[in-house]
Write a protein that binds this ligand. Structure first.
Ligand SMILES: [Mg+2]
Length: 230
């Protein structure tokens, strides 16, 4: 079994989210007029306050986004209208959030690997692989909503393992870009790991750096050499 992170592993997430964010703000302002969106620090403080009221916001990032939209539109309409607008704004955001451009070589690698392995998705985000064409190659997808937790905690990995009866962690391979959420999380359970590092980042963890790759066109060969020649 091979599991994959999505954001910044299968595609570059920053331009995707930035665009979705900008377009959604424009959409909201076209309905209710100008809004003071605040900066990152305001966002973090608001997030913290919302989590205090509702713990599930920590892993339910869709709910988080809707609540933030509601907060920003406060006083600009009836609470019923604002609830509806926030939900519509989130639907709009989600559509934009799926306008992604896969890294070169992803589609071929996934397609070929799916012939020999069970492929799954483990994401902390709210992109849905089944809304994309390559979704057909994945047998399962686990987001933080299903896991009710976020990587690096074990919930995602455990659910993946339970997908197959009697599968053990050392029969799994997890591939992701994030040193902690993906690599440390999987490694600490005994899952094999491959680090997607396309930014020449240095390794900052206190265990041995795993094999890394920066070009999806090399992935199949790396997996073949590492796991199929044993
Ligand atoms: Mg990632």
């Amino acid at each position: 079994m091979i599991t994959f992170d999505l954001d910044d592993t299968l595609w570059d997430n920053r331009p995707t989210i930035t665009n979705a964010e900008i377009e959604t703000r424009k959409w909201i302002e076209s309905k209710v007029g100008n809004i003071n969106w605040g900066d990152l620090n305001d966002f973090l403080l608001l997030r913290e306050a919302l989590i205090e009221k509702d713990q599930s916001i920590a892993w339910d990032i869709s709910k988080l986004r809707i609540e933030i939209f509601k907060e920003k539109m406060k006083g600009l309409g009836s609470s019923h209208d604002i609830q509806k607008l926030a939900e519509d704004a989130f639907d709009f955001f989600l559509k934009k959030r799926h306008e992604i451009k896969l890294f070169h070589g992803v589609e071929d690698a996934i397609k070929n690997l799916s012939k020999n392995y069970i492929l799954g998705v483990l994401t902390n985000g709210n992109a849905d692989i089944y809304k994309l064409n390559i979704g057909k190659y994945f047998k399962f997808s686990i987001s933080s909503l299903e896991a009710q937790d976020s990587k690096p905690n074990k919930s995602h990995f455990e659910l993946a393992k339970n997908y197959l009866l009697n599968l053990t962690y050392n029969e799994m391979l997890h591939i992701g870009d994030h040193q902690i959420n993906d690599i440390l999380g999987a490694h600490s359970l005994g899952i094999n790991v491959l680090w997607f590092n396309d930014s020449e980042a240095s390794w900052n963890q206190n265990f041995e750096k795993p094999e890394e790759f920066s070009n999806w066109q090399n992935l199949e060969n790396i997996i073949k050499e590492k796991y199929e020649s044993r």
